[in-house]
Design a protein around this ligand. Structure first.
Ligand SMILES: Nc1nc(=O)c2c([nH]1)NC[C@@H]1CN(c3ccc(C(=O)N[C@@H](CCC(=O)O)C(=O)O)cc3)C=[N+]21
Length: 283
């Protein structure tokens, strides 16, 4: 039976350490850090994730503001709001919850976020610095995955890592961050010719495609480590991109859904806010 990599426990541990660091800053007379989350429309999954972010912020002592816009909001109104937040000194970081309505250009919105306020780590300057291995801010899910591997003493140096999915927020940045950590990384996607032959070579398999239980036992190598980024809802219950029941006897370690990567994503967001905050208030 595989080791279950406990993201919930690990996130709680890091959140508690962060809470202490924030407390220390406030004891020294600094203001509290502040995060603003912009939501457009009322997508059910987004509302749930935002609730989790809010709860986590309140637990560690980060002020949280939730700004909700109608589904019909114009791109220019949204850009005005982003501009206001870029210039609001009481705000350390903000993010625009994805996905956005079809009439809004996601690139344009993310591009408008100042790198000094980029809590998600999605803006082009931040991602450029990630590529160059000189960033202090990282996209939440990739950062959370690397922390989780570290917590479980899984050294990636020289390991064969296969990433399935090439999104801007998970697949691409995690493949670059692991390359910077000296892993040998293969990125697979919908046009990969023989996916199974690639995933079966992985010492560490990271799956971020958003397709419920897509990876079955015949896609994994004996003893592999599986990181499941998927958060799919099936019959009202969360499940990952990996068929947990199918692979669990074959692999050496696996992240569950829920309770795996998700809570680490939220912890990383809070860490990013604290990093941005320290750059503003000093140490
Ligand atoms: N601008 C932006 N930034 C994001 O960081 C962002 C986004 N858009 N759009 C959607 C994805 C998805 N995401 C998750 C956050 C928390 C959980 C999470 O807390 N998951 C729990 C399950 C939920 C629960 O049980 O409460 C878990 O896996 O244990 C999952 C996924 C952030 N995302």
């Amino acid at each position: 039976m595989a080791i279950i990599i406990d993201g919930k426990l690990t996130a709680t541990k890091y959140n508690n350490a962060l809470k202490d660091s924030i407390n220390e800053m406030v004891q020294k007379g600094n203001r509290q850090p502040k995060l603003v989350v912009i939501q457009i429309g009322s997508n059910e999954a987004s509302s749930l994730y935002i609730r989790n972010k809010k709860r986590a912020c309140e637990n560690v002592g980060i002020l949280f503001e939730h700004k909700v816009f109608e589904e019909s909001v114009s791109e220019s109104n949204l850009l005005d709001e982003i501009n206001k937040l870029n210039n609001d000194e009481s705000v350390d970081g903000f993010l625009v919850q994805l996905p956005l309505p079809k009439n809004i250009d996601e690139d344009k919105i993310i591009n408008a976020i100042s790198p000094s306020k980029d809590a998600d780590g999605f803006c082009p300057i931040t991602l450029g610095n990630v590529v160059l291995n000189k960033s202090k801010i990282f996209p939440g899910t990739p950062k959370g995955i690397i922390r989780l591997l570290d917590e479980y003493k899984i050294d990636v140096t020289g390991k064969k890592v296969v990433v399935v999915g090439r999104s801007n927020i998970v697949g691409k940045p995690i493949s670059i961050m692991l390359t910077n950590l000296s892993a040998t990384v293969t990125v697979c996607h919908s046009k990969t010719v023989d996916l199974k032959s690639e995933t079966c070579k992985a010492d560490i398999l990271i799956v971020a495609i958003g397709s419920a239980k897509f990876i079955k036992e015949d896609f994994v190598k004996d003893g592999a480590i599986i990181i499941d980024v998927g958060t799919n809802k099936v019959d009202g219950k969360f499940c990952g991109d990996v068929d947990f029941e199918s692979v669990k006897e074959k692999v050496s370690a696996i992240t569950p859904v829920p309770g795996g990567v998700g809570p680490m994503t939220v912890n990383s967001l809070l860490e990013n806010v604290f990093t941005l905050y320290k750059e503003k208030v000093g140490n």
